[in-house]
Design a protein around this ligand. Structure first.
Ligand SMILES: Cc1cc2nc3c(=O)[nH]c(=O)nc-3n(C[C@H](O)[C@H](O)[C@H](O)COP(=O)(O)O)c2cc1C
Length: 334
């Protein structure tokens, strides 16, 4: 495992937290960074919504103190709108608050399979048009480069019957993309069948820029296998980090040839509480408590006694009720 460099930005061991709408927000990124994630990507942000000055959109794209290096992921399909959004973000003009930082990169979403996104020609729909990929990437590079901000892309294998990721990756590279993340599934495959490692290997062979493999990495052994089998330069971790920020510590220990000790039940419960507190501090009690529910469920998944605890959490209306439920579970293991 080796560091990846994007100009002055280092992606330690080539490991990053993948973008996950509704999950990899400021709170999750903060917890993952505390456990060794050296690079992260925001949830996807609508380039079009940015044009309307929407505050919620601005919050999604904010690069706050401590949350660096961070790539801001944009979705859209119109090269001009994408470039405007990339330029605003890279220049800091779009900053949510005065303490915001410039992002390390603008990442372009070419993989979202959700029907409402694809129907609009965004996300994975871009995989159908490599000429458009080239136009979008080059427009974003022209807008971001003067600010020292790189453009990266995140793609899928392609569509069923057309696994054209290598061609799409070449188009992105020719247009100036600095790094390619490839999720080894087609659009139709959504998130279910095993990832196709051969398409990741094909992308790696097709381009000279760093290639990051993605899909189904739930342990350091999985990360090492992805790199060994495909020859890719690094890995992006999505669902494997939900309720498990320790995966970054595990991979770091593996890279240094050190032993890794998984967290105890108490640690899992206490980290879940810290995560929920960050969410509530960031988004307020009502939204924070609502969003914390799923994270608590991920953190306690598989612990004996978790189902009853989860039921209580799902019914809790306050953070303190949730914390009491989780602490009760932790106490059983002391
Ligand atoms: C809840 C959820 C939200 C996601 N949101 C995004 C997103 O906003 N942008 C994106 O490029 N990929 C998104 N993805 C895809 C992940 O980044 C990743 O490619 C995929 O989950 C496969 O990796 P994994 O097996 O490590 O989860 C999302 C995935 C999940 C599960």
């Amino acid at each position: 495992m080796q560091d990846i460099r994007l100009g002055n930005t280092v992606i330690p061991n080539g490991v990053m937290l993948a973008p996950m709408a509704g999950a990899s927000d400021y709170a999750m990124r903060t917890v993952c960074r505390a456990h060794g994630a050296g690079y992260a990507v925001t949830e996807m942000v609508s380039a079009k919504a940015m044009m309307y000055g929407d505050r919620k959109t601005a919050a999604l794209a904010a690069v706050r103190d401590g949350d660096v290096p961070l790539a801001v992921q944009l979705f859209g399909h119109d090269p001009e709108t994408m470039a405007k959004a990339a330029g605003l973000t890279a220049s800091g003009e779009y900053a949510f608050s005065s303490s915001d930082h410039a992002p390390a990169a603008i990442d372009i979403n070419m993989g979202c399979p959700a029907p409402k996104i694809v129907k609009n020609g965004d996300g994975a729909a871009l995989m159908k048009d490599t000429a458009l990929i080239e136009r979008i990437v080059s427009a974003c590079v022209r807008a971001a480069e003067p600010h020292g901000v790189h453009v990266t892309v995140k793609m899928r294998a392609g569509w069923n019957g057309c696994r054209n990721a290598p061609e799409a990756a070449r188009a992105a590279e020719a247009a100036g993309a600095s790094l390619i993340v490839i999720h080894g599934r087609t659009r139709e495959q959504m998130y279910a069948p095993p990832v196709d490692l051969s398409v990741i290997a094909d992308v790696k062979r097709a381009v000279g820029v760093p290639v990051v493999g993605n899909g189904d990495i739930a342990s350091a052994a999985d990360a090492a296998r992805m790199i060994d089998v495909t020859g890719c330069d690094g890995v992006a971790i999505g669902r494997g980090a939900l309720g498990n920020p320790w995966i970054f510590r595990e991979i770091g220990a593996f890279a240094r040839n050190e032993e890794y000790t998984p967290p105890t039940v108490r640690e899992r419960c206490l980290t879940a509480i810290s995560h929920a507190r960050l969410l509530v501090a960031d988004k307020g009690e009502r939204v924070g408590v609502f969003e914390a529910r799923k994270h608590f469920a991920w953190y306690i998944h598989g612990i004996e006694g978790a189902p009853a605890c989860r039921d209580r959490i799902m019914r809790s209306a306050t953070l303190s009720d949730m914390e009491a439920a989780v602490l009760e579970l932790a106490e059983r293991y002391e």
